[in-house]
Design a protein around this ligand. Sequence first.
Ligand SMILES: [Zn+2]
Length: 419
Amino acid sequence: MPNRKLTLIKASRMFDGSGKATVRNAALLIEDGQISKVGSSSDLRAPEGADVQTVDYGNATILPGLVDAHTHMCAPGDGTPGDEVAREQDDMLLLQAASNARTVLHSGVTTARENGAKHAVGFSLRDGIKRGLAAGPRMVVCGRPIAITGGHMGYFGSEADGEDGVRKEVRKLLKEGADYIKIAATGGSTRTSDPNRASYTVAELRVMTDEAHRAARLTAAHCTSAQGVQNCLDAEVDMIIHCIFVDPDGKYRFRPDLVERLVQAGAWVNPTLYVQRARIDRLLRKREINGKLTPQETREMETIKRTSDVRIEAVGKMAGAGVRMVAGSDSPWGWYAPGEFVNEILALADAGLSNRDALMSATSGAAESIGVGREAGRLEPGRQADVLVVGGDPLRDLKTLWDVRDVYQAGRQIQRGVK
Ligand SMILES: [Zn+2]
């Protein structure tokens, strides 16, 4: 077989995403874009006579390509509010999304779930990447989030009300090619919405989950209020995004009863911890450069810090109670720049997840939660070779995830040159 082209990659260790112990002196063999063997380099050999390119990374770790369960590729991640992002023309948003998708891929993310873009931009991005027109991760898309009139992200084009209205909107999105259904179950940063209040009724939510599940699609809901979380549990939503227990008066009251229900339901929670902190980090950088912040900026930073600390503590308690946590960056949204998924993984570890659990939540756990557990998030023979190699040992120090040595997509080594 003279034309068999194989790649053998070696490193001092491998985390395969299964949760099993790390493989020492690891090797992974890629053939025709797929993983053909994984194991230790002493007993893993390429077939006799094959044309093998061997890359030895030395003190490094081979991991599955990361899975970011929450992106908004059409936003710039420079502080531009969603209301303004939505005012851009679709062609500009698609260019922005393509640029971000490339950055995200280069950072080691080979699968991403897009949580809402305007009009058909999300579909075009997914299909364009598939056709090789743009570089980017494998995309799982909802198209547009479904929102009540005036609700959060309704500006992207899928406002729908009433049981008949939301049923029709789900069917429309499925017809356009939605891989899953995203619902804005509470208000959010959208100016005409209230993040502390539920938007849809349980009956409306129930119609959407029934309709999605009947078509074998998953559902995920934006929930920044306790009532929203409760409604989504009543309607059997598969993933609760943000999961913030705030009451209409704006006060945070931890809800052990809802946590218990999340565990019982086996619902995934995507807490999006860094998107707030991103603003803090920007302000800290500004202070470093300018020597000071305005009084308004200082107040803003203190307020964000307080709410962020409350949420980090709550996520620790939820994880401790057995809620299944998934890493999803919510970037590039607000001040969260693209290509910094690692910050969300670090935040989950700050909340109390072990390094191993944090890594699982960003690989196999995330893949399972978005319905691609059979394709992504693990290194196993027969799977597409989406592989990340980082220097050092992320199980000891998650910050080593910043040290990307190489990203392979379907076995192809990505050229990560300057932009
Ligand atoms: Zn989001």
